[in-house]
Design a protein around this ligand. Structure first.
Ligand code: NZQ
Ligand code: ZN
Length: 393
């Protein structure tokens, strides 16, 4: 077990009808002029944007707005947002949406507070020294950005997707009303569940000889709960209890709780997927599912005991003759689960037919982005990365 720090400064406002508290929450955290930031229009169609504005008006808070964030959010719109905030004197950011919108707001927050070119923070050139305060209204349970220290932005110039991790961007509050996720297309619900699971799996396959019993138990309970809820939502998308479990899991899976004592985690699937997102604009959760099985078979010989435990405790696999056999059954069971929720288990099913040149380009970009330091379950070289992309086809 390793020493750890656990820092979660976000006030969680959870449950039915909590959306209407957004104005008072902004006021409680000192906001007087807000940028409402949102995506491609779902918040207009569902009426969420109107409710946000009504709540801000009732609380006497001024606002301006900027929509148009796309999945795999672009630095171009971030720069527009920074200019708008400076022009309008915005002192509080209010992303209303999912990970893409929240991440875009975090980048705007860095840009306004620090000046200079915001891409520097994603290109390892500078470390943020400040961020505008942010409160999030979550409309899709997935990325966990509402409680994470992370912001992932794509530079449309070169198709490069990069993350910046810093406590400064952590949200002051997060409004989590599971009812807001009822309007999601089934595909987005499933993508979200795949991402939530992966945030804990990345931490669970941590390469440590000995983990913390409590953390492992919480991680396994979280994964079992999300798997059960995902299955329930395939049959019954309006199931509030399942929506609530998934939404709370999205935050707990990525706020550091399931890493306590286990170190930084593996993160290979995430980093391999980020390159796919940057180059081909795929949905993050689907990209993760498409890679996971190949990654798991590739690294399993390095830690068969951990994979066997995952198989038994999370997926209910009967123990086989040895750890490797049990572990492989677990990988198969996980892939079967992905198919049940209509997630891809290969890049072809994700809609990609990678050429060898693209395989090598992806591996090169991933190696540069991770600076030769990827993987905890097994350290991956650039050639390992290429081989995983190749086999995942
Ligand atoms: O743009 P709109 O019209 O709002 O539609 C969105 C979008 O198309 C739609 N949607 C969201 N809420 C909805 C809804 N449609 C109907 N009803 C609702 N209530 O869902 C689509 C996906 O939204 P997006 O914000 O992209 O989803 P997600 O939360 O999965 O975020 C993905 C992004 O987060 C990054 C990913 O890489 C990706 O760029 N990540 C961020 C992390 C972080 N900051 O901690 C960690 C993650 O690992 C991840 O990398
Ligand atoms: Zn993720």
């Amino acid at each position: 077990m390793l020493n750890f720090q656990y820092y979660t400064p976000t006030r969680v406002v959870f449950g039915k009808g909590t959306l209407d508290q957004v104005g008072e929450q902004v006021r409680a955290f000192g906001g007087t002029k807000v940028l409402i930031h949102y995506g491609g229009g779902s918040v207009k169609r569902t009426g969420v944007l109107d409710r946000v504005k009504a709540s801000l008006e009732a609380a006497g808070i001024g606002y301006t707005e900027l929509g148009g964030v796309v999945p795999n959010p672009r630095v171009g719109l971030v720069r527009e947002g920074i200019a708008l905030c400076e022009k309008e004197g915005v002192d509080f950011l209010l992303p209303v949406g999912g990970g893409s919108v929240i991440d875009s707001a975090k980048a705007i927050g860095y840009g306004v507070a620090c000046g200079g070119d915001v891409w520097d923070f994603y290109d390892f050139k500078r470390t943020p020294t400040g961020c505008l305060p942010i409160g999030a209204v979550l409309t899709i349970a997935a990325a966990g950005s509402e409680m994470s220290d992370s912001s992932v932005i794509t530079n449309e110039n070169g198709g490069i997707k990069r993350g910046c991790n810093n406590d400064l961007c952590r949200c002051k509050f997060a409004i989590m009303d599971p009812e807001l996720t009822m309007t999601l297309p089934d595909y987005q619900t499933a993508c979200g569940c795949a991402d939530i699971l992966m945030h804990t799996m990345e931490r669970y396959f941590n390469g440590q000889p000995e983990s913390m019993a409590l953390t492992d138990a919480m991680a396994e309970a979280l994964m079992r709960t999300v798997i059960d809820a995902s299955r329930a939502l395939v049959k019954e998308p309006g199931n509030y209890a399942a929506r609530a479990d998934v939404m709370w899991a999205s935050s707990l899976s990525h706020n550091g709780l399931t890493a306590c004592g286990g170190g930084k985690g593996d993160w290979a699937c995430h980093r391999l997927e980020h390159e796919l997102g940057g180059m081909f604009d795929v949905a993050h959760g689907a990209g993760l599912a498409a890679i996971w099985g190949t990654w798991a078979r590739y690294v399993l010989p390095a830690c068969p005991g951990r994979f066997a435990r995952f198989a038994v405790n999370v997926l209910g696999v009967e123990p086989q003759g040895d750890n490797t056999a049990t572990a492989l059954k677990g990988v198969e069971a996980m892939e079967e689960f992905y198919r049940e929720i209509k997630m891809p288990t290969s890049l072809r099913e994700l809609g990609l037919e990678l050429t060898e040149t693209q395989v090598l380009e992806l591996a090169e970009k991933c190696d540069i982005a991770t600076r030769g330091n990827l993987g905890a379950a097994k350290h991956l070289t650039r050639e390992d990365m290429a081989e995983i992309y190749r086999r995942a086809r």
